[in-house]
Design a protein around this ligand. Structure first.
Ligand code: ADP
Length: 719
């Protein structure tokens, strides 16, 4: 089965190998098991339900809340040659009837629907009359009220599934990893005997930076200008801030658009499309923007303000670099951000229980901003993932060239001040005391008489507040959560105070230009834009940045070679191959480049299937992939069964994977297999003759060989 899945991956998507966990998830779905897959944004969730959809007999229904993006998703897979449709509120009754008819006539493999559709009696009725093999719930965290995007219509999914006379495989996908949300998904959708896959949350290609710069706008402007030709998202927490930044960038002649809930629907739609279609390089937006944005070539995500929790932050930066290319994520922090986030919690959340929960999440976010260790590790640990390194070398704290500074003395001053203040206060009050403020409140408590009063005057108010927050993030002191969090001492604080533990911290960074591409990349990008315009599809649907990059480095000049490039499948070759090849050939000629081509060369690569001289055992393997039996192959290739078995063994020794379904049952019966295994138990497998001698004549050497391959060689490798 998984062999077929790989075939679909090559043929339709043009990808060489599965990404992390895709294979296991697909295997689980293909085996008919309910499956919940938790993968980070950009982890490749769609392929996990799309490939089974192609391989299953009936239709796959995908429930997705992303109405505005359904068209894109459907266009995207139709581009690859997979028959797909969608039904949501933007579709007329006439069109719906025509889709219903296509569904009845088996002309649709994948149907995307908005969850609201599950309330329609006509839709229920139709579902009873067609074969539905899979119901895939995309963005499954919307079913949970603990998630950050709860949707009431998602609670009807369970009833919808129960309506089928033959229950389809139910699959659910999300990027939200917290345990309570995960459990809620399983319970609410009523998954049965589900397999749960949690992919590593690390997105290695994302460089994560956190800045506490004084002049944010100036920094932003510099950054965006330096990376003018790249696609980027700038998030700000309020509409007003979005408008300000937008105006500023516009005034600087940058290619920019904006998105927030205050704009009319039509403008939002146009602006989003301008960004997706590369007509505007930059989009400034509130967090209303981005859910389900599939644009794969976003090279940077800047948070002009700190988001309210790590979940949202990670989801938002996840929109950068979906194509796997290096991308940059910069969070610009200022103390005002905390006040804004608290205000948003107060305004938007009624339930006291949920409010406390949100404050808790906000505190983790604040800790992150002030953390001086590896930022990636901080996030991964937050999502419950253990990492075995201390430095990722791709976050601002790890690559910061600034020196480590011994801040023990300053930390002792803070701790000692907290100790002397006796009562619990927030960070601001401590800052005031340490800086010697003569504010009423300070004098009222008599803090001006403390020995620590005014001992940190050399710090600005903001710098001192940052410093205190940093030592909180590093757990040298503790912040008690709540609307007005207060600072208290802990066991670490005492150690620092006694001089038993040192406080060593690092300073912040500047961000540079993102990786420069070569000339050919730019030329290919222009061609991509041209084709996208002609076809009215977003450029990344023609080819991703990663594909363009590979083209611009490897210089393929014929169709076999271009098929060896990741992201080029059969249909894309047919549609765009020639135009890209012509441009590459021209570039090579003009620049007198002599490409030194070599195929990536794995057996599963498309190139080898079409290449001149594949190795003999690879020919056998390809025939097995085409679902031929061992006997049939032996006959066609005029080889003995024993040779074919040797080919299989060789392949598994090379690849160390079991990805082809071999039909051994045509070679021996179950009882013969038992008999042979019993004898092997006695005499071992090192020699065939002693095995043969203990068996009846009807069990010949080929049968024994095949049983050994199945039970020992393959199992050995599969382990
Ligand atoms: P998610 O929904 O998890 O955020 P997508 O399904 O949109 O992620 O996939 C992210 C990107 O990765 C897309 O551009 C997709 O085409 C690409 N992708 C998915 N699977 C593979 C693969 N096996 N090899 C290379 N690229 C892949």
């Amino acid at each position: 089965m998984i062999g077929n899945a790989e075939e679909v991956l090559h043929k339709y998507y043009g990808y060489e190998t599965f990404k992390k966990h895709q294979k296991e998830v697909i295997e689980s779905i293909l085996s008919g098991r309910d499956t919940l897959a938790i993968m980070p944004t950009g982890g490749g969730k769609s392929i996990c339900y799309q490939i089974p959809a192609v391989l299953f007999k009936g239709v796959t229904i995908v429930i997705s809340p992303l109405i505005s993006l359904m068209k894109d998703q459907v266009d995207n897979i139709s581009e690859l040659g997979i028959r797909a449709s969608y039904i949501n509120s933007s579709i007329s009754q006439q069109e719906i009837l025509s889709i219903f008819s296509d569904l009845r006539n088996g002309k649709v493999k994948i149907l995307y629907v908005a969850p609201e559709r599950l309330d329609s009696p006509e839709f229920y009725q139709l579902m009873k009359t067609i074969e539905v093999s899979q119901v895939a719930v995309d963005e499954a965290h919307c079913v949970s009220q603990w998630g950050h995007d709860f949707r009431i219509s998602y609670t009807h999914i369970c009833k919808f599934i129960e309506n089928f006379s033959k229950r389809p495989v139910v699959t659910a996908f999300t990027a939200t990893a917290t345990e309570e949300v995960r459990e809620d998904i399983v319970n609410q959708i009523k998954l049965k005997k589900e397999a749960v896959f949690i992919s590593g949350f690390d997105r290695e290609n994302l460089k994560i930076s956190c800045l506490k710069t004084g002049n944010k706008l100036q920094y932003l402007l510099n950054y965006v200008k330096t990376n003018e030709a790249q696609s980027g998202i700038i998030y700000a927490s309020t509409r007003k801030e979005v408008d300000n930044i937008y105006e500023k960038l516009k005034a600087n002649d940058l290619s920019v658009t904006r998105y927030h809930a205050g704009l009319p629907d039509r403008d939002r739609k146009i602006n989003q499309e301008d960004f997706v279609y590369d007509k505007a390089n930059i989009i400034v937006a509130t967090n209303a923007f981005g859910m389900g944005i599939d644009k794969s070539n976003v090279r940077y995500v800047i948070h002009y303000n700190m988001p309210g929790n790590i979940e949202s932050y990670y989801q938002e930066i996840g929109r950068a670099g979906r194509d796997g290319e290096s991308s940059e994520c910069i969070l610009m922090f200022s103390a005002q951000d905390v006040i804004t986030q608290k205000y948003l919690i107060e305004m938007s959340i009624q339930s006291p229980e949920r409010r406390i929960n949100e404050y808790k999440k906000l505190q983790h976010m604040i800790d992150f901003v002030h953390y001086n260790g590896c930022l990636r590790k901080f996030i991964l640990n937050y999502f419950g993932e253990e990492v075995n390194y201390n430095q990722c070398d791709n976050c601002s704290n790890c690559i910061n060239s600034g020196e480590y500074v011994d801040k023990t003395l300053d930390a002792q001053k803070v701790i000692s001040c907290v100790y002397r203040m006796k009562r619990e206060f927030g960070v601001n009050m401590i800052v005031d005391v340490l800086r010697g403020s003569s504010q009423k409140k300070v004098l009222h408590y008599g803090f001006n008489k403390l020995s620590t009063y005014g001992i940190m005057k050399d710090y600005s108010k903001e710098a001192l507040s940052n410093f205190i927050n940093t030592i909180i993030a590093h757990k040298y002191i503790t912040l008690k959560e709540g609307e007005y969090p207060t600072v208290v001492l802990n066991a670490q604080s005492i150690k620092v105070l006694k001089g038993e533990e040192k406080v060593i911290l690092k300073e912040s960074v500047k961000a540079n230009k993102i990786t420069a591409h070569n000339d050919l990349f730019e030329i290919l990008r222009n061609l991509r834009r041209e084709i996208a315009l002609e076809e009215s599809i977003p450029p990344y649907m023609v080819f991703s940045d990663a594909t363009l990059k590979e083209l611009s480095i490897r210089y393929p000049i014929d169709s076999n070679q271009i098929l060896d490039i990741s992201g080029v499948g059969d249909l894309k070759l047919k549609k765009y191959g020639e135009r890209f090849l012509n441009i590459i050939k021209k570039y090579i000629e003009e620049n007198k480049i002599e490409p030194n081509w070599s195929f990536k060369g794995s057996i599963t690569s498309k190139s080898e299937r079409k290449n001149d001289k594949p190795k003999t055992h690879h020919i056998t393997i390809n025939m097995l992939r085409d679902n031929m039996g061992i006997k049939e192959i032996a006959k066609k290739r005029q080889l003995t069964l024993s040779t074919i078995l040797t080919h299989i063994t060789k392949y598994f020794e090379e690849e160390n994977v079991m990805d082809i379904n071999i039909k051994f049952e045509e070679l021996f019966t179950y009882s013969e297999e038992r008999e042979v295994l019993k004898v092997i138990d006695k005499v071992g497998i090192s020699k065939l003759k002693p095995i043969k001698e203990l068996l009846p004549d009807s069990i010949n050497y080929d049968k024994i060989r095949a049983i050994i391959v199945k039970n020992y060689i393959l199992k050995e490798v599969v382990k």
